[in-house]
Design a protein around this ligand. Structure first.
Ligand SMILES: C[S@@+](CC[C@H](N)C(=O)[O-])C[C@H]1O[C@@H](n2cnc3c(N)ncnc32)[C@H](O)[C@@H]1O
Length: 211
């Protein structure tokens, strides 16, 4: 399945404007076939963090820390980044050792969100897409008023737009769940939310405690 929704000529054109500070991590991810957000999403996260100046940031799905690095170069705020894959957390610790504001935890999102006392004003969610509804349910209690939550890969390589019969079997369940999740968020009139066609699609929610 193609993961690149942007035409190659446009992504080529944009390459020269992207910050190169994470190129070592990018290379490591590509060589070891570890998924990461990609430069466009990384640069967007960097921009948003600089703009919004959060005081407590949570990332769900560290991988080896590509997106974590993109965010921490734009802020001094505390960043908790969690991942259920121990090996990746260890690699991320090494890549991010100079960034003392980052606390990396090897834990499942569901457990972390149930146990933590922290509240967050900026959250980037990039874990298994099937869990987005569950993560959102737990996450709501852990958000400050006006928090921003960004869900990655909301287009699932473009599959959410395919006819059902065209979706490869192994992605059918995930696609169905992701579509339901997008509906849940986008049709909730109390929520301020939008979808941006950046990378593999970003779903942004500006949470209000009254919603
Ligand atoms: C796409 S990768 C993250 C990439 C990372 N954001 C980056 O740009 O480098 C998704 C990560 O989510 C982790 N993950 C999946 N389900 C999880 C869960 N329920 N709780 C915590 N981490 C989870 C996986 O182990 C995987 O490393």
């Amino acid at each position: 399945v193609d993961t690149e929704l942007l035409s190659p000529s446009i992504s080529g054109f944009l390459k020269k404007y992207t910050n190169d500070d994470s190129s070592e991590m990018e290379a490591y991810s590509v060589i070891n076939k570890i998924p990461f957000t990609g430069r466009m999403t990384g640069d967007f996260l960097s921009f948003m963090v600089k703009l919004l100046k959060p005081c407590m940031l949570l990332e769900i799905g560290t991988g080896i820390g590509f997106s974590t690095k993109k965010m921490c170069i734009s802020t001094d705020c505390k960043i908790i980044s969690i991942d259920s894959n121990r090996q990746r957390v260890e690699v991320a610790k090494d890549f991010l050792k100079e960034h003392r504001q980052v606390e990396l935890q090897h834990v499942k999102a569901q457990h972390f969100l149930k146990e933590t006392d922290h509240k967050f004003d900026f959250v980037f969610v990039d874990s298994t897409k099937n869990f987005y509804p569950l993560v959102w349910n737990y996450l709501k209690n852990r958000l400050m008023d006006k928090a921003i939550v960004i869900f990655d890969d909301i287009f699932l390589y473009g599959l959410v737009s395919y006819e059902d019969a065209e979706i490869p079997y192994k992605y059918k369940e995930q696609t169905k769940n992701l579509r339901l999740f997008i509906d849940e968020i986008m049709y909730d009139e109390e929520l301020n939310s939008t979808i941006l066609p950046i990378g593999n699609g970003l779903l942004l929610v500006n949470y209000s405690c009254k919603s």
